[in-house]
Ligand binder design. Structure first.
Ligand code: SF4
Length: 494
């Protein structure tokens, strides 16, 4: 007999794609890659949820850990019957759908739902989420007077202890939830009938595969898409699913005049395996640099709960940098680096060390200058006594990404990208991020968070070493890429 049990998350999955719901209950005979480690994200979500409870103090929690579903339901009922005003994680089940309400607040004879999210605005999927809760509560005989989405206020700046009433914004979403509530019985019925089907639903790929969430079954459902397909085209431009629905999948089959300039360039370069080097433009770029030349890369972290004074939610806080300094063109670089100790505000120490290391008259080369400049500007705002020295460095920043973004230099294996992760293997194949314990900025950010949770010891030392290796490679990659540009153009102009 088909398993037609539903939960809130299964309903949300089914609303995104009924095939995803069916495949979750009937896993395909296909090896899916391991799911990304979301533990750090869940941990942050839990911290945010607990902090938001302070908006409604004095409540009683119905814990998930240590209680069966039945016990959570019984405990909730006892709290309601005994006159509780505020319940955290109240649990309900109706029509075999189990939900937990983040914060349930008594409102006369009815109840208010307060759903807590880590985002900074209300999204459609949040409205669906609360509509499912409202539906189940109604089914359990509870009346819901109002619904709110409690999300992060990204304008808040921490000064001293966290002020929860300023960190969070409670937006009333009652009308939008009521509008969805009407269709909820049919939605549940439709999803159940999908689950009763013995065959996989016939649903083709589409924008829904990544909206609102990236679907776990993409490797399975997209397995018929060949290499060098229309989906490899970068940037906005032609509607790829419109082409797909016309039966055009291979890049080789795309009518080139339907593509915008950048996509057409990419398609032609891929199909003809064509490389481009505009020597004059490279010469001009190299002419804008001077020595000493400091290749700089920051690593930053951001969290919904600002960890230090003067920080907004999700503001990027630098905790690490790598610097390769070349005294003259082609010279062996000297390497300097900084990695914060865990659980201290690293910003003053980091910028002081950086200012000592980068000479005032040095050219500072970054890869994607908007990021490094943004970090430096925030530091200048935070430390007025250092602002002038930081401004001098800011004026000297140049962007190694520029010639690749303009496509002065393009290698067809870059697949339309100018990210350093694509440019490096195309230009400097002997240097690679492959196999590194930390291989991208997101992993570095997670490693920093993990580092803050570790006691001193071997694991912490290993993590620090991996973080230093990764950041060092970022600036070494810039040294090597620049070397290729210099070799392309000749040494004369630099
Ligand atoms: S990959 Fe797309 S079509 Fe396949 S289950 Fe997921 S959302 Fe549905």
């Amino acid at each position: 007999m088909a398993n037609t049990g539903l939960s809130k998350s299964l309903i949300l999955k089914g609303l995104q794609c009924q095939k995803a719901l069916w495949l979750t209950k009937n896993p395909p005979d296909f090896e899916l890659p391991p799911k990304p480690d979301l533990e750090a994200l869940f941990r942050t979500g839990t911290e945010v949820g607990i902090l938001a409870q302070q908006l409604f103090p004095g409540g009683v929690e119905v814990p998930y850990e240590g209680l069966s579903f039945g016990e959570q339901l019984t405990r909730t009922k006892q709290l309601i019957d005994s006159g509780a005003e505020v319940i955290y994680e109240a649990s309900f089940s109706f029509s075999a759908i189990f939900v937990k309400v983040d914060i349930l607040v008594r409102d006369g004879d009815a109840w208010q739902i307060h759903e807590v999210k880590m985002g900074t605005s209300v999204k459609d999927v949040n409205l669906d989420d609360v509509a499912v809760q409202h539906y189940v509560l109604n089914g359990c005989g509870l009346s819901v007077s109002k619904s709110f989405l409690v999300h992060i206020n990204n304008q808040y700046v921490r000064q001293g202890d966290i002020e929860v009433d300023k960190l969070f914004t409670g937006e009333e979403i009652t009308p939008q939830v009521l509008a969805r509530l009407q269709s909820m019985p049919e939605v549940v019925q439709e999803l159940r009938s999908t689950l009763r089907e013995s065959a996989e639903p016939s649903i083709d790929i589409g924008p829904h595969c990544k909206d609102p969430y990236e679907c776990d079954f993409i490797p399975y459902c997209w397995r018929h898409i060949p290499e060098d397909s229309i989906f490899d085209l970068r940037g906005r431009g032609t509607d790829k699913f419109k082409l797909y629905n016309q039966g055009i999948v291979r890049l080789a089959d795309v009518p080139l005049d339907e593509l915008n300039g950048a996509q057409r360039f990419q398609a032609e370069a891929t199909l003809e395996q064509k490389d481009v080097t505009d020597r004059e433009a490279v010469r001009e770029f190299l002419g804008s640099l001077w020595y000493p030349l400091c290749h700089l890369d920051f690593e930053t972290f951001d969290t919904p709960i600002p960890p230090f004074d003067g920080v907004r939610p999700y503001q990027k806080v630098p905790f690490q940098y790598s610097l390769h300094i070349q005294k003259e063109v082609g010279a062996e670089p000297e390497h300097c680096e900084y990695l914060a100790q865990p659980n201290v505000d690293p910003r003053r120490e980091l910028i002081e060390q950086l200012l000592t290391t980068i000479p005032e008259d040095a050219c500072i080369l970054t890869y994607n200058q908007a990021f490094e400049k943004g970090v430096l500007r925030e530091l200048a705002k935070l430390f007025p006594d250092l602002a002038e020295a930081i401004e001098v460095r800011l004026a000297n920043v140049r962007d190694l990404m520029a010639p690749f973004k303009r496509r002065d230099v393009y290698r067809w294996p870059m697949r339309g990208s100018y990210s350093i992760k694509e440019v490096l293997p195309a230009l400097v194949p002997e240097l690679s991020y492959t196999g590194m314990e930390i291989a991208d900025g997101m992993a570095a950010m997670q490693a920093y968070r993990e580092m803050c949770a570790l006691e001193a010891g071997e694991k912490l030392d290993r993590l620090r070493a991996a973080m230093l290796d990764y950041c060092r490679l970022d600036t070494l990659a810039m040294v090597k890429i620049l070397k290729v540009l210099v070799a392309t153009e000749g040494f004369s102009s630099c």
